[in-house]
Design a protein around this ligand. Structure first.
Ligand SMILES: Cc1cc2nc3c(=O)[nH]c(=O)nc-3n(C[C@H](O)[C@H](O)[C@H](O)COP(=O)(O)OP(=O)(O)OC[C@H]3O[C@@H](n4cnc5c(N)ncnc54)[C@H](O)[C@@H]3O)c2cc1C
Length: 228
C-alpha cells in the first residue's frame, strides 16, 4: 500500500549528547502536522541496493521510525536520534534546508484515558516520546525514571528535573538488577501507580516488563514501545 509522503525541511540541528551522538533535529512542513504526543513518523530515504545484492544498483526505499520529540506545534516537528547506523547517520548529517520525506503519524504509545499516577520509563533515546507527552502537559503525580550510559546522555534532564509535580529518577549506567530494585521500591511505596509507559531498546525495557508481569500487572496496564 502506498502511503502519503509528507515533505519536511530541516531548519535546525543540534548535538545534545556527545557520548551517545544524539541530535535534535527541527523540521518545518508546508502544512500543519497533527499527531498525538508519543507517536512516531517513518522517515523514507531513496537509495540503491548495495553491491553484492542481487538487485545491486537498482533503486530502493529505506524506512526507519522516529518518535516525535515535541508536542504538536503546527507545521513544526522535532526528531531526536542517536547516530548508530547508516540510516541514522545519514539523517543526522543532513544540511540545513535539505528536505526529507516521511509518513505518519503512527503508533499507540500515547497517554491512556484518565489522569492516574503512572510510571514513565525511558531508556536512552526511549525518552523521546515521553518528552513529547511531557511537553504537551506534564502528567501530575507521576514518576519519570530515565536511564542512560552517562549523565550527559540523560536527554532533556534539565526539563524533566524542573517539571512540577513529577518524581524524577535519573539513573546513570544502572544494571538490570538495580533498575528492578528501584521499580519494586517505587511500586511498594506508591501503590497508586497502576500504569507504566516503557520505551527503549528491548534489552532495556524487556526486564521491566517482565518484572511488572511477575508482580501481577495486566497487559493493559503496561504501555510500551520497542525501538528494536
Ligand atoms: C517506533 C520506533 C520509534 C523509534 N524512535 C527513535 C527515536 O526517536 N530516536 C532514535 O534514536 N531511534 C529511534 N528508533 C530506532 C530507529 O528506527 C532506528 O532503528 C535507528 O535509528 C537505527 O537505524 P540505523 O539504520 O541507523 O542502524 P541499524 O544498522 O539499523 O542499527 C544499528 C544498531 O543500533 C541499534 N539501535 C537502534 N536504535 C537505536 C538507538 N536509538 N540507540 C542505540 N542503538 C540503537 C539496533 O538495534 C542495531 O543493533 C525508533 C524505532 C521504532 C521502532
Amino acid at each position: 500500500m502506498d502511503r502519503e509522503l509528507l515533505t519536511a525541511r530541516l531548519t535546525g540541528k543540534r548535538l545534545i549528547a556527545a557520548p551517545s551522538q544524539t541530535y535534535l533535529l527541527d523540521f518545518e512542513l508546508d502544512v500543519p502536522f497533527e499527531f498525538l504526543p508519543g507517536q512516531f513518523v517513518s522517515v523514507v530515504f531513496d537509495s540503491e541496493y548495495p553491491e553484492g545484492h542481487p538487485k545491486a544498483g537498482q533503486p530502493r526505499q529505506e524506512t526507519r521510525a522516529y518518535s516525535l520529540a515535541d508536542a504538536p506545534r503546527g507545521n513544526q516537528v522535532q526528531l531526536c536520534l542517536n547516530c548508530v547506523g547508516d540510516f541514522s547517520r545519514k539523517l543526522c548529517a543532513l544540511n540545513i534546508d535539505t528536505t526529507i520525506h516521511f509518513h505518519g503519524p503512527h503508533g499507540t504509545f500515547t497517554r491512556r484515558e484518565g489522569q492516574q499516577p503512572s510510571l514513565y520509563f525511558g531508556a536512552e533515546a526511549g525518552i523521546v516520546p515521553i518528552r513529547s507527552i511531557f511537553r504537551e502537559a506534564v502528567p501530575a503525580n507521576s514518576t519519570l525514571m530515565q536511564t542512560a550510559a552517562t549523565r550527559d546522555d540523560l536527554l532533556f534532564r534539565d526539563e524533566f528535573g524542573t517539571a512540577p509535580d513529577v518524581r524524577y529518577l535519573p539513573l546513570v549506567a544502572p544494571g538490570d538488577d538495580f533498575i528492578a530494585a528501584q521499580v519494586r521500591k517505587l511500586l511498594t511505596e506508591h501503590t497508586e501507580i497502576q500504569t507504566a509507559y516503557l520505551c527503549g531498546l528491548n534489552a532495556a525495557i524487556g526486564p521491566v516488563r517482565e518484572l511488572l508481569k511477575s508482580l501481577g500487572w495486566e497487559r493493559k496496564q503496561i504501555v510500551f514501545e520497542r525501538y528494536d
